[in-house]
Design a protein around this ligand. Structure first.
Ligand SMILES: Cc1ncc(COP(=O)(O)O)c(C=O)c1O
Length: 365
């Protein structure tokens, strides 16, 4: 056996690394980023703020000031606190590690965010995926039956869901949270909450097993890598034990504290993107040969109808968009329910117009 075979787990060797395509020179509509930056005056102020950060020191691992600011500005209910992560990706990893009892399972609807299954696998947990209905609503009967069969330690519900963009029915979610009961936790992943304006955060006190997870990534700060999760104190104490003590670096901490003092700027950007989403949805719906799915997120899922008269397949449309320097996400192979689907990030009016023009050309025979 080679060194690699001797030391690396066979399931890890069998995996491909998470691939992020080089987007330089492209209109980048593949990663649900906020296209807007901070106004110039704020950026100058931020630079001064960051210049005063003690980079020679470790962060203070309680992150008390940042956590208090997140709770105060981002709608965490009184009496609840948060645990911070290097992006919500790290929070998902922490949850997996904390709950990885032998034989423990993770459950989520599919198609869903890929890191739920990946993180489960890394931590040695079995992942159970439950297909959504054709219209991407929750198959509540199948979910409840899978919960009864597998007793998952962790159930993820992304609200809105990625990559479909829809909000699941809140009453169905409550039934799932209740069915899981005290044998598991339910993570309501609200990564796209700024664009949905619907949340389980105010309902934390209703459910002992509810964790509401969010990120500042989609709000306009993807580069600083900061996620947070709110839950009962009893749960947070345990999750915090598997958190690397200095997981949020001092520059992220300082930048987040500064920007949260100006959260109205980010809120205005989110509101602008919601308006752009409505326009983009309408414009794409007017195109022939496309199904456009309703979205409560900052992206829209579309399906290129198959075998339309002389038209292109989704793969061809994706490639033709690439040729025109527009990068979208081809999700068609991710799950059978996503066949012929592309996911498009909502961007500025200029980039959306460029995309629509390129899309129209790509669909033409
Ligand atoms: C549903 C969902 N949750 C979490 C994340 C990860 O976000 P972060 O940038 O905080 O790691 C994403 C990223 O795309 C996502 O789609």
């Amino acid at each position: 056996m080679s060194l690699i075979e001797n030391i690396i787990r066979s399931d890890i060797r069998a995996l491909a690394a998470y691939h992020v395509p080089d987007a330089s020179g492209f209109v980048k509509l593949d990663a649900m980023e906020n296209p807007y930056i901070l106004p110039d005056a704020l950026r100058v102020e931020l630079a001064q703020h960051l210049a005063n950060v003690a980079m020679n020191r470790y962060p203070v691992p309680s992150y008390a000031t940042l956590k208090a600011k997140i709770c105060a500005t981002l709608g965490v209910p009184a009496g609840f606190d948060v645990v911070l992560g290097n992006g919500s990706d790290e929070l998902i990893a922490m949850l997996s590690v904390a709950c990885a009892k032998p034989g423990a399972k993770v459950l989520a609807p599919l198609p869903g965010f890929v890191m739920y299954a990946m993180s489960a696998k890394f931590a040695g947990l079995e992942f159970v995926g439950v297909p959504l209905n054709q219209d991407f609503t929750l198959d509540k009967v199948a979910m409840l039956s899978a919960i009864a069969q597998h007793t998952p330690a962790i159930t993820y519900l992304a609200y809105p869901n990625n990559p479909t963009g829809n909000l699941f029915d809140a009453d169905d979610m409550v039934d799932i949270i209740r069915a899981v009961g005290d044998r598991g936790i339910v993570i309501v992943d609200e990564a796209y909450q700024p664009f949905a304006q619907a949340s389980f955060m105010p309902r934390l006190a209703e459910f002992d097993n509810l964790v509401v997870m969010r990120t500042v990534s989609k709000l306009g700060l993807a580069g600083i890598r900061l996620g947070y999760m709110a839950a009962s104190a009893a749960l947070l104490v345990e999750f915090d034990k598997v958190r690397p003590p200095y997981n949020v670096n001092v520059l992220t901490q300082a930048a987040a504290e500064f920007v949260l003092d100006h959260v109205d700027v980010l809120d205005a950007q989110a509101s602008q993107l919601r308006a752009e989403r409505t326009k983009l949805y309408a414009a794409m719906s007017a195109l022939q040969d496309l199904d456009v799915f309703p979205s409560a997120a900052n992206f829209v899922l579309i399906r290129v109808r198959e075998n339309h008269n002389g038209g292109k397949t989704a793969d061809e449309v994706f490639s033709r968009l690439l040729e025109q320097k527009v990068l979208t996400k081809n999700v068609g192979k991710m799950h059978p329910l996503l066949e012929n689907c592309l996911r498009i990030t909502v961007s500025t009016p200029q980039e959306n117009a460029l995309f629509l023009d390129a899309l129209t050309k790509s669909l033409a025979s």
